[in-house]
Design a protein around this ligand. Structure first.
Ligand code: NDP
Ligand code: MG
Length: 384
């Protein structure tokens, strides 16, 4: 039995992971965490016989303590206590946003394998996170579907000469606004933006998918995970989301990873690695699909991808600033405090003002994250 901790178990990835764990005979769930949805969390804990949870929001933690007889952790040391105390073999980090960085750092510092859905960890602190995993020997298994696909494709070429894999192509569904011009995006609503055509996801990543910032974050994530130069990373729009990613090789061949869009596949791959488990899913029927289509990204309508690529290339604290500005702007959009197009404008303005530094330590990142949030909030206030 491998002991598993799921962080962010009340979210979209977390609940799907719990369904998979319920049917697994080799995983024992030992701890869970959430931010505010404490009732859902303790119901999950009861169902899966977990006696220890972390609730990040203090008020929610208090309510849970009053209502439940298990142990509820909260406070600055709670995350380390939860992870270290559980002595896990694997941690699934399914927290959303840069709030997930601390969990990534604590897990890898302990040499514990990490199934990573929280892509923001790699965007914000990729340089240090990858070094940490290398130093402790912990395995970092991506849960993001494109990166899970790339990880498998690259592994299939591991015996080859360096340089054999020439290019990585990440596919993007294009989100709910694919095909719309910039002017047509001026008045789109929160409800429209949340309505993703192929994936069911949490609010923040749904908006990131609508702006294409999600793909920008994913290019930075791929750069960090696979050490691939930005010139060798490509994005193509593929509305059906059947091809999850592709690698192009020196001999002119390309390898792709296919399947119906279902996050259970990459989650199960990460939870059971290196074993593949049987999932009750429809087999891929190409004749029924009929056609797969591809198109280039409209960079004018979706400037977030370009902003992310520029920040990735600049390096240092630039991706951290980009991410913080994006989190503040997306929260504002969800709260009807800015328009869809203002999301990218707020991020661009924050990056323009920011002093980009080398990332010597996680403290540098925490300071850059805080300063960027403040700057974006000021730009937001100036809009009103
Ligand atoms: P959700 O918004 O559905 O869930 C987020 C989870 O994080 C919730 O459990 C939430 O708790 C918890 N959380 C938020 N803040 C904190 C905090 N400060 N401390 C502890 N827990 C916290 O997000 P998703 O499941 O959609 O996404 C999770 C991550 O996975 C993101 O990084 C996303 O980019 C990535 N991802 C998601 C995919 C998807 O299909 N959904 C696909 C690929 C990647 P609470 O419920 O209490 O608010
Ligand atoms: Mg993805």
């Amino acid at each position: 039995m491998r002991k598993l901790v799921i962080l962010g178990s009340t979210g979209s990835i977390g609940t799907q992971a719990l369904e998979l764990v319920a049917g697994a005979d080799d995983l024992e769930l030992v701890a869970l965490s959430a931010d505010r949805r404490w009732e859902q969390l303790i119901a999950q804990a009861d169902e899966h016989r977990v006696r220890r949870v972390l609730i990040a929001d203090p008020e929610s933690a208090e309510k849970a303590r009053a209502a439940w007889d298990g142990e509820v952790l909260n406070g600055p040391e709670a995350l380390a206590e939860l992870i270290l105390g559980a002595e896990p073999d694997l941690v699934l980090n399914a927290i959303v946003g840069s709030a997930g960085l601390a969990a990534t750092v604590i897990t890898l510092s302990e040499g514990v394998d990490l199934a990573l859905a929280n892509k923001e960890s790699l965007v914000v602190g990729g340089d240090l996170v990858i070094e940490l995993a290398a130093a402790t020997g912990a395995r970092l298994i991506p849960v993001d579907s494109e990166h899970s696909a790339l990880d498998q494709l690259i592994a299939s070429e591991s015996g080859q000469m360096p340089g054999t894999v020439e290019r990585l192509t990440l596919t993007a569904s294009g989100g709910p606004f694919r095909g719309r011009s910039r002017s047509e995006l001026a008045s789109v609503t929160v409800e429209e933006a949340l309505n993703h055509p192929t994936w069911q996801m949490g609010g923040k990543i749904s908006i990131d998918s609508a702006t294409l910032m999600n793909k920008g974050l994913e290019v930075i994530e791929a750069h960090q995970l696979f050490g691939t130069a930005y010139d060798q990373l490509e994005v193509v729009i593929h509305p059906q989301s059947i091809i999850h990613s592709m690698i192009s090789l020196a001999d002119g061949s390309s390898l792709a990873h296919l399947g119906y869009p279902d996050m259970k596949v990459p989650i199960a791959y990460a939870l059971h690695y290196p074993r593949r488990v049987k999932l009750a899913l429809e087999p891929l029927d190409l004749a029924q699909l009929g056609s797969l289509t591809f198109e280039a990204v409209d960079e004018e309508a979706f400037p977030c991808l370009g902003l992310a690529l520029a920040a990735g290339r600049e390096g240092g604290t630039a991706p951290c600033v980009l991410n913080a500005a994006n989190e503040v702007a997306v929260a504002a959009f969800l709260d009807h405090r800015c328009s869809f197009l203002q999301i990218s404008e707020l991020i661009a303005a924050t990056l323009d003002d920011a002093r980009i530094e080398q990332t010597y330590s996680f403290d540098t990142l925490i300071a850059a994250d805080r300063a960027a949030r403040q700057a974006t909030s000021e730009h937001l206030a100036a809009l009103a």
